[in-house]
Write a protein that binds this ligand. Structure first.
Ligand code: COA
Length: 165
């Protein structure tokens, strides 16, 4: 079980229970401006989508909490790839009040250390080309761009990033 202290925050692995994932889904909607007007149904749907994507696929959900137990950051992913040697880092974010304190870098490093220990060969992630903060952070943490996909449903490009562990 992963557990670490980062400044005033406690970082730990959480499970896939409905209550835990509801909290993560709630924060995801606060973190991403594009999700601000999502309906309750859509919020609940994300929690289920996370559970269905991670269950049985060596998923890992890392979460950071304040001293009084409020969830303020999360990062999650699961095993993927033809040879099942890749960890797909799917979604993550930090509450706007808790940014630029190194929280996401800490979550990223814990995720990669864990993936290395589990025998994964690389980590992959997709980042929108206009997501400056996430692109910079990912490049700093050792990812390289290996491709790009145009989104069918919105303008812009998703950059495919891979880091060899
Ligand atoms: C991207 C994000 C996760 C960064 O979280 P964070 O905890 O603030 O990041 P860190 O403090 O670990 O930053 C590490 C480094 O990344 C870079 N960085 C972070 N935010 C940045 C920004 N807004 N602009 C430029 N560089 C940035 C900096 O180099 C920073 O180091 P520094 O603070 O010493 O300069 C956060 O801004 C966020 O939640 N964004 C919205 C969520 C999102 O886009 N998720 C992706 C889709 S699921």
């Amino acid at each position: 079980m992963i557990e670490a202290v980062h400044g005033e925050y406690l970082i730990r692995e959480i499970g896939l229970t409905a209550a835990e994932l509801a909290e993560v889904a709630e924060l995801h909607h606060e973190v991403l401006p594009s999700r601000a007007y999502a309906t309750d149904q859509k919020r609940a749907g994300l929690a289920e989508e996370i559970r269905d994507s991670l269950q049985g696929r060596d998923g890992l959900v890392l979460a950071a909490f304040t001293a009084d137990g409020r969830l303020v950051a999360y990062k999650l992913g699961y095993r993927t790839g033809n040879r099942r040697e890749s960890f797909y880092s799917w979604i993550g974010g930090v509450h706007p009040f808790h940014r630029r304190k190194g929280l996401y870098r800490a979550l990223t490093r814990l995720q990669h250390d864990w993936a290395r220990q589990q025998g994964f060969k690389h980590v992959e992630t997709h980042t929108w080309g206009d997501n400056t903060a996430m692109l910079i952070l990912n490049l700093q943490e050792g990812f390289v761009a290996i491709g790009a996909i145009s989104a069918p449903d919105r303008p812009g490009t998703r950059i495919i990033l891979r880091k060899v562990l």
